[in-house]
Design a protein around this ligand. Structure first.
Ligand SMILES: *[C@@H]1O[C@H](CO)[C@@H](O)[C@H](O)[C@H]1NC(C)=O
Ligand SMILES: *[C@@H]1O[C@H](CO)[C@@H](O)[C@H](O)[C@H]1NC(C)=O
Length: 190
């Protein structure tokens, strides 16, 4: 009669547990802090912008203050109820209101992104993930801060400062009165 000794079963179990654990060892992106301020340099095929980003999940709002190179200062104010206001505060007094079906990015919006390994970018060793059909995300291995993300469209966002916990004063989140005058509202799916 032939039979396996218990030690073989033990070794098989150890092997299976180890291979399962190896899959879990892949790094995952740090969730976004619930509130932060970042200065970003955007590059869309050579067209440059500085974006002053105020992410405020706690209050359900996200603000991009956009300076195109030698161009206008534009404001993109997004609320978690799906309403976004794009406006300028100069004499042109333009404002466009857009309703999205989804609100602002959740702090865990990178969950489920596919790990792509490590890469050196702009002097930082980064873990890289791909959020399929959207972007690649680069996070500093040591500090876990985002370094850059690159959209499928080619648009690059480089993070220049990242202040966790910084919040813009409430008054600054008020869209100008001319955003509420003409009720030209557009529906958009995303
Ligand atoms: C912006 O991106 C283009 C490629 O699309 C590149 O040639 C150029 O050097 C970049 N500019 C900056 C300032 O990073
Ligand atoms: C969403 O919230 C903002 C800010 O409170 C408000 O101005 C806007 O009208 C709201 N949109 C909808 C569809 O309720």
């Amino acid at each position: 009669m032939y039979s396996f000794r218990p030690i073989y079963y033990f070794l098989i179990v150890v092997f299976l547990v180890q291979s399962a654990a190896a899959g879990d060892d892949e790094p995952v992106p740090a969730p976004w802090p619930e509130q932060f301020h970042a200065l970003m340099l955007m590059n869309k095929s050579g067209s440059l912008e500085i974006v002053d980003l105020w992410y405020d999940w706690v209050n359900g709002r996200n603000f991009n203050i956009i300076q195109k190179q030698l161009g206008r200062l534009k404001y993109d104010l997004e609320w978690n109820n799906g309403t976004s206001f794009y406006y300028s505060l100069d004499e042109s007094r333009t404002c466009r209101t857009v309703h999205f079906e989804v609100g602002i990015l959740r702090p865990n919006w990178l969950d489920g992104a596919k790990y792509m390994g490590q890469r050196h970018v702009n002097g930082f060793l980064c873990n890289v993930w791909e959020k399929v059909e959207f972007l690649w995300y680069y996070e500093d291995v040591v500090t876990k801060r985002p370094v850059q993300w690159v959209f499928y469209t080619g648009r690059e966002a480089h993070v220049m400062t990242f202040e966790v916990g910084a919040v813009l004063e409430d008054e600054k989140w008020q869209a100008p009165v001319y955003c509420f005058h003409n009720e030209k509202k557009k529906k958009q799916s995303e």
